[in-house]
Every structure is written in structure tokens, then in C-alpha cells.
Design a protein around this ligand. Structure first.
Ligand SMILES: *Cc1c(COP(=O)(O)O)cnc(C)c1O
Length: 455
């Protein structure tokens, strides 16, 4: 029994939570709405494992939705946070640590990626960084900045891409809304929604058409560097470079959203591993960059970033921005994400992805496993989905029984087929083995699933 575990059950905790919070949660996907079982209430986590209130341990493939890339409660990260806490929880004023984290981001995000100090002559898209507290704030600020820089209002986004929950970015926003089968969100004023033009992903003709029609009014394209919020849907070869070229030809900017992929798929994120080099104007980060605490960032050229207040006319601020505990967690995490750590993550991810594919094949389940670097997800489709429509057309009903079978065997997967699986550097041979051993029974459950009858 974990010393932190309580006398209650997951069912009791969920009941209590629902009486205190809408849906019993503080973020919708946690309610397990689409997987047909009770959410687990966790009390502790260490390395690749999490423990629930009943004292049950699971190998974890959610990883706090990405930040736990070194494994849960990594000793160096915990110590960095403890040391920072002992010196004060925050000052609402500048600290040297913030500058160090900004420098670290600027130095790492280069092509070719290097973990060591970057040389000045490498392609380096980030000269200035602003730290914020959530990915939602990072993309919201990037959009305000793009509008301020161009004097234009329209934003182009791709269906199925998630960029946080700000008003203008919720249209066809992938996993969260897809899981709940919602078209978007109530409460977004129509005039604001009208400023976002949503087009199909991986479709260059759609990008050309929208720019041919509205090019003079478009401030920016925002794109997930490698989409991971509708399951994994890799960009077509050269897609990011092509949309950058189209945007730039029309005087618009490219906002590369690396909140999920940044510092996860490699030391310089997707920017560092995309096979075709390209020039984003602004890049957003979150998740890994905060090491598990609330921290996110945006960066770009000095001339663009210095349009932000206090130097420029684009306002943005935050009471907790650059909080010293979050900065300490982010720095410690990035410091330990060396080539060896990425090699471990890549290797474990490949083993699990291969095993999932084999298990599903052995049971005759129609599926594809799509990968973007060390991120992957399974899709119950005959051919690889390439956009939101093809993602939604899969046999999603096969996932809940698959998910529950894994959970019963002590493996905690993302509670939606529209989410990526997050492997950490702490997923050792034993953890990987445990996942692989659980897959055949889960594949059988997926094979036996029946389509819901239309009502
Ligand atoms: C998670 C995510 C966000 C939003 O970040 P929050 O910290 O949850 O606000 C934005 N963009 C992408 C690509 C994400 O995966």
C-alpha cells in the first residue's frame, strides 16, 4: 500500500468530486467520458508509474500529458523545485533563473539541433522568449502578436489541431472536443469565431485557396508542428515548409505550435527533426518546458518579439509568469534531456508501438500506428488518417474496451483514441515489458468490440 493512499475508492472519490466540480474534473478528458469506466484518482507517481487512491499501481503512458518526460518525480527536478521553494515561492519581479531558461530555449531550438551551446551561425529562429503559464496563453499571445505585427485580423487554423482553449482557437479543435463529440464551444461570440478560418490539414490546395481569397487580411497560419491532438497525424513531407512559403508570400506569419512536441520529439522539437527545413516566425512551447509545473513560452526573432510590451504596442502580462518554481522545474528537465535520454525515449516508444501493432494484427484488428518521432497513437482505420475527417471516420468504438483491458492489467493509457501515447526516459525494460505483456488481451477486447447501433 502506498503511504499516500487513502481509505477511499476511485468510485467514492469520483462521486465526491462530481458534487464539488463540474464533471468532477478540472479538465474534461480526465472524466474518462469516452472510455466507459471510472477515472482513477492518483495520489503519487514515481518514474514510469502512478498509484491510485486504492493503492493500485499502473505503468503510465500519459505522463501528465507530456511534461513527465524524464519520468514522474525525477529526483533532480524535485530537488530543483524544493531548492527554489526554500528561497521564496515568487516575487512578482525578475529573477536570474528566468533569463537562464530563456537562454536555454534560444540555444536549443536550432537546426541542426544541438544540445550543447549553439553556435551563432546556425539557423536560429528564437532570439527572444516570453515566459507565460500555460500553452493556451502562449498561443493566444502569439496570435495577438501576429495581428499586432501585420495589422491584420484573420487567422488560419487546421481542423483537428488543438491550440488551447482561447475563444478564437476552439473551432474544430481536436481531441477534447472530438472526445465529447462537440462541434466547438458555446460562449464564443460569432464575430470572434469568424476571424478564424478553419481548413483541412495536409491539404496545400486548401491553404492556397484560402490565401487566394483572403490573403491580404490573414495575419498568420497557426499549425501544430506535428499534430498530436487528433491522435498522431504526421505532416506530409515538406508541408510545414510549403505553408511557411505561402504565408510569407502573402505577408502573413507562421506560428508553429510546439506546446506538445517541443523538447519531446528531440532537443529542438519538431523544428529540429522535420525533414524539410523551414522558417517559422513564432514558436510556442508548453508541457515539457515547464517540467511538470505551470510554465509555457513563446519565442521568435527580436524584431517581432520586441513588439510586446514594455517595448512595443502588443500588451501581455502575467502575475505568475516566470514563476521561480516552474522555471526551476523547466531548467532541470531540459538540463537532463540529453542525447541519451532521447535515445531511451525513442527506443522504448518504438518497442511499444511495434508491439501494439503486432498485437492488433494478431487479432485481425484493422489499425494503423502513426508516429511522429517518439510520439505515436493507434488508429482503428484501414489507411493512415491524414486529416480530421479521416481521423473521425475510424472505428473509434474499439478503443474503450482496449483501454479498459490495459487499465485492468495495470497500464494507464490516454483515456481517448484521439490522444498520443507519452513515453518517458524512465520507461525501463520492466515497464516496457509490462505494457507489451498487456497488449494481446487488449487487442482481443478491441477485436470483440461491436459498433454502436445507430439510434
Ligand atoms: C496542450 C496544448 C496546448 C494548450 O496548452 P495548455 O497548457 O493545456 O493550455 C496548446 N497547443 C498544443 C499543441 C497542445 O498540445
Amino acid at each position: 500500500m502506498d503511504p499516500m493512499s487513502t481509505q477511499t475508492t476511485n468510485v467514492q472519490e469520483f462521486e465526491r468530486a462530481r458534487a464539488a466540480m463540474p464533471g468532477g474534473v478540472n479538465s474534461p478528458v480526465r472524466a474518462f467520458g469516452s472510455v466507459g469506466t471510472t477515472p482513477r484518482f492518483f495520489v503519487s507517481a514515481s518514474g514510469p508509474r502512478v498509484t491510485d487512491v486504492e493503492g493500485r499501481e499502473y505503468v503510465d503512458l500519459v505522463g501528465s500529458w507530456g511534461p513527465a518526460i524524464l519520468g514522474h518525480a525525477h529526483p533532480a527536478v524535485v530537488k530543483a523545485v524544493q531548492d527554489a521553494a526554500a528561497h521564496g515561492l515568487g516575487f512578482g519581479a525578475s529573477t536570474p533563473g528566468e533569463t537562464s531558461l530563456a537562454e536555454l530555449i534560444e540555444q536549443r531550438v536550432v537546426r541542426p539541433p544541438v544540445v550543447e551551446r549553439a553556435k551563432r551561425d546556425e539557423t536560429r529562429p528564437i532570439e527572444r522568449v516570453r515566459l507565460v503559464s500555460t500553452g493556451t496563453e502562449a498561443t493566444m499571445t502569439a496570435i495577438r502578436l501576429a495581428r499586432g505585427a501585420t495589422g491584420r485580423d484573420l487567422i488560419v487554423k487546421f481542423a483537428g489541431h488543438y491550440h488551447g482553449h482561447s475563444d478564437g482557437l476552439l473551432a474544430e479543435a481536436g481531441s477534447g472536443v472530438a472526445t465529447l463529440a462537440m462541434p466547438g464551444s458555446a460562449g464564443v461570440p460569432a464575430p470572434i469565431a469568424a476571424q478564424t478560418l478553419v481548413i483541412a490539414y495536409n491539404d496545400l490546395d486548401a491553404v492556397r485557396e484560402v490565401f487566394a481569397a483572403r490573403g491580404d487580411d490573414i495575419a498568420a497560419i497557426i499549425v501544430e508542428a506535428a499534430p498530436a491532438n487528433m491522435g498522431i497525424v504526421p505532416p506530409a513531407h515538406g508541408f510545414n515548409a510549403a505553408i511557411a512559403a505561402i504565408a510569407h508570400a502573402h505577408g502573413a506569419l507562421l506560428i508553429l505550435d510546439e506546446v506538445l512536441t517541443g523538447f519531446r520529439v528531440g532537443p529542438a522539437g519538431w523544428y529540429g527533426i522535420d525533414p524539410v527545413p523551414f522558417s517559422p516566425d513564432l514558436i510556442t512551447f508548453g508541457k515539457v518546458v515547464g517540467g511538470g509545473l505551470p510554465l509555457a513560452a513563446l519565442g521568435g526573432s527580436a524584431s517581432l518579439m520586441e513588439l510586446l510590451a514594455p517595448l512595443g504596442p502588443v500588451y501581455q502580462a502575467g502575475t505568475l509568469s516566470g514563476n521561480p518554481l516552474a522555471v526551476a522545474a523547466g531548467r532541470a528537465t531540459l538540463d537532463h534531456l540529453d542525447a541519451a535520454a532521447y535515445a531511451r525515449i525513442d527506443n522504448a516508444a518504438a518497442q511499444i508501438a511495434d508491439a501494439a501493432a503486432s498485437a492488433l494484427s494478431a487479432e485481425g484488428v484493422t489499425h494503423v500506428v502513426q508516429r511522429s518521432g517518439n510520439l505515436f497513437s493507434i488508429q482503428f482505420a484501414e489507411t493512415a488518417p491524414h486529416d480530421y475527417d479521416t481521423v473521425k471516420a475510424q472505428e473509434a468504438f474499439r478503443y474503450p474496451p482496449f483501454f479498459r483491458a490495459m487499465l485492468e492489467q495495470g497500464v494507464s493509457l490516454p483515456p481517448s483514441v484521439f490522444e498520443a501515447w507519452f513515453v518517458s526516459a524512465a520507461h525501463d525494460d520492466e515497464a516496457v515489458r509490462q505494457i507489451i505483456d498487456a497488449l494481446p488481451a487488449a487487442a482481443r477486447a478491441a477485436a470483440e468490440a461491436t459498433a454502436p447501433t445507430a439510434s
